[in-house]
Design a protein around this ligand. Sequence first.
Ligand code: UDP
Ligand code: MG
Length: 367
Amino acid sequence: MANEENVTNENKPEKQTDNNASDNQQKKQQPNRQRKPQTRRRQYNRRRSSGPPKKKGPVFKKISVVIPLYNEEESLRPLFNEIKKAVKPLKQDHEIIFVDDGSNDKSLEVIKNLASGDNKIKYLSFRKNYGKSAALHVGFQEVTGDVTITMDADLQDDPAEIPNLIAKLEEGFDLVSGWKKKRYDPFIKRTTSKFFNYVTKVSSNIDIHDFNCGLKAYRSEVVKSIKVYGELHRYIPVLAAWEGFKISEIPVLHHPRRYGKTKFGISRFFKGFVDLITVIFTTRYIRRPMHLFGFLGALSFLLGLIVNIYLSISWFVHHISLSNRPLLFLGMLLIIVGVQFFSVGLLGEMMVHNAKDERDYSIKDKN
Ligand code: UDP
Ligand code: MG
């Protein structure tokens, strides 16, 4: 990652040059009053050896703001104004990509209006509602900047956080997620979200508090390489971490919804849970299914075997009849299920073997 190199180079303390070394020696030998001219000479020498002092430029050249939206007609204009206000003082160029996820209100009209007055706006409109993940996915394909910001369209995320997110990225991270430390959502959503975040954190080993914050900043290679589909937008940090990207988070301002209502109903909780299983499976075991199914199969088979050995001994040695022992069914069931898990694992391995593909590896650098 060329950008990361820039970051580390800029942050590195200046190397001790030979000039400095000899200065130090002289400092020891000479009385204190000599120090001022020495310092000046040192500055002069340094300037001569490394040319004029380098100006610190921005690490990123262009910011792409991606906004998925579904029926958010009232929020779009104020959101656009706030984004403009946030990016204006920055040195980078910018683009704003609106992805209309099949809205049936006037959202598209508002976007077209905005776009006619500002050539930094790009927009895309789905013919029907495909979901936030799909909207993000196509938005990501349109990104031309080297840093990408995502945010919700409902004004709950605050565009004023853009510079803070970018500053954190510049520390050398690939993805910086917003953390809605003080959030303005209904109680039920806040508590279930806490539970999801906890489970996700434990099962993915990623130490952040808020996985599903709409406000995030990415080095653009992240958004070009992760595959966000279904409703996996909730787990983007997990997908990115699994590709080897470095993740961090900062607390961000959060606001109550100003217009309209949330687009995700109560079904989000069930879907979120199923998606968590998908994410864990696809990120951990997709390339080695036997490690999961083989383990479960072996465990089940072994338990079944122990049960049946016990029953066999009691039949052979103690002559206890098996006709009225429900344990027998459990033993048989465990053995059959074990064999089935094993077979599924083997089938999975065959599929992985046939689907071997270079493109599936996340490559950091090459010449
Ligand atoms: N959204 C979308 N497609 C959908 C549902 C939502 O593009 O099918 C957008 C929505 O317009 C908003 C963002 O995703 O910009 C977050 O949605 P919402 O505010 O309803 O979610 P919540 O804040 O309740 O989690
Ligand atoms: Mg919202």
